[in-house]
Design a protein around this ligand. Sequence first.
Ligand code: CP3
Length: 348
Amino acid sequence: MEALNSPSPKPLLATLKGEKQPIPPIWLMRQAGRYLPEYRALREEKGGFLALAMDSDAAAEITLQPIHRFGMDGAILFSDILVVPMALGQDLWFETGEGPRLAPTVQARDVLEGLQATPEVLEPVFGTIRRVAAQLPPQTSFLGFAGSPWTVATYMIAGQGSREQAEARRLAYRDPALMQTLVDRIADCTIDYLLGQIAAGVEAVQLFDSWSGSLSPAQFEQWVIAPTARIVAALHQRAPHVPVIGFPKGAGGKLPAYARETGVDAIGVDETVDPDWAHASLPGDLPVQGNLDPLALIAGGTTLDTAIDRILAAFAERPHVFNLGHGILPDTPIAHVEQLLTRVRRGR
Ligand code: CP3
């Protein structure tokens, strides 16, 4: 790791590769979304989230909205982690005001074996990436993503979001062999999907593991760390120049094991983690991403400034990507996002 006095041409990508920048680069999870009026307008026009995500021109425009409005250091592909279950043969739709639905639910081996894979449904996503790559400002880094096998499996098993991921955790105890087959199938599809994203033009990828927090330590090893390590190894072998960010939300005290054992190039930390603890507990050269509370961003004012300063101070001595601890919420005032960028970039 080398501390630079002047920023790299692509500060986010450089940070993910371990080069500390004079000012941490910043992007926000869910930065293209409902808090932006220009997003809501296009979503209205296209008739819903999934139609939007599968329309390459619209999805490219949405990916670029926060770049044009705020000049974020990273653009994240506009899509969803649940397109992988679609490619594996489940039907996906979004119930207005409720969230995703998947069918049939995978709770028995014959259902899993009966799914007909349709990898071609992912083609529009690659189209989005090619369009964004052609239009992105040179200093902006382009991130692809996928869900981690465990988190994706929780939706495939329950058919929707679930309280404490109870259905998936029950299945993992009741039929670990079926769970292993499902997780392996998701992992294989995810490797191909991420390699496809890289071929189309993304420069780094993030694995979202939103529900890793509900697992016991032994299950965390089996269903989070092991499949993540397999995906990271496959990507490193076939795309060695592309950094992988792991984001095991809720992992808490299991973060150091995740960092050590998965081989990720950078680690996302949620807002429940004390940034001083994270800095002290994670390898000193590992880039850390996070971890402002999305509710502090809504609060604004001096509450927001204090929270930002605390994070900047904690991670001042290591490669740091400023981000939220989880996705930006729909009722976030745009002025507070501007306040955040101004404060993080003081002196730039
Ligand atoms: O970060 C980004 O802006 C990239 C795009 C992105 C979306 N979803 C767009 C989206 C990413 C990276 C995701 C990840 C995702 N999707 C996760 C993991 C991260 C997390 O938030 O925990 C999960 C669990 C999903 C599944 C999903 N998609 C749910 C549960 C929902 C409904 C809840 C909600 O927030 O509305 C979605 C819909 C979704 N995905 C929206 C967006 C912008 C909202 C769509 C809309 O109503 O306009």
